[in-house]
Design a protein around this ligand. Sequence first.
Ligand SMILES: [Cu+2]
Length: 215
Amino acid sequence: MRTLFVVLLTAVLSLSMTKAPTGVTRTFDVTARQFSYVVTPFPFSVKVGDTVVIHATSSDVVHGLAMDPYVPDALTLVPGETVTKTFVADKTGHFTFGCTNFCGEGHFFMADSFFVYSPDTPSPAIDSLAPMSASVNGALIAVNGRNFARDTKVRIADAGVPSAFLSATQIYAIASPHAPGVVPVTVINADGQFASANFIYEAPPAPARRRAVRP
Ligand SMILES: [Cu+2]
């Protein structure tokens, strides 16, 4: 009994000295195509200690995927097949992954980024958008919030947009023309932490119908 207790105590002590796993699992789909990767959900970033599950495939030719140190043995991505890789993101940083299977003339530029952030670094937050909606022609939007930085990037409707950093609490971004609907506005800091808010593209008013005039 005492031995068991000592073993348990040792286990607890050694756990507390390493980066405690968060117990959170984050799953991402990665699709390779000539000559880039599409990652959903985006951004491809997790908190240190999270377990990461990648389901990877290709939509055209055979590609590869390797990332130091998390995917040391390159995955081979064959169209129509999905490979799964699971790891614990136990180091913070910005990690580059790239194609390891020659896939055409853009092969050597086929790379993307993965971020592991520390919960000790302040996360960006969005408090409001002004305006909160616009016509389908787009608009200049003030994104009001906290912990923005000069290298904070803005995405609207899942595409990067031009933006101007004014202060830690305000960034201007350009919402380009878009079909009517609700789209996410996402701010992403350099360490991969992000925040989103909804923006509305309003449908143009329906042409006024003539009312039947009763005699
Ligand atoms: Cu490739």
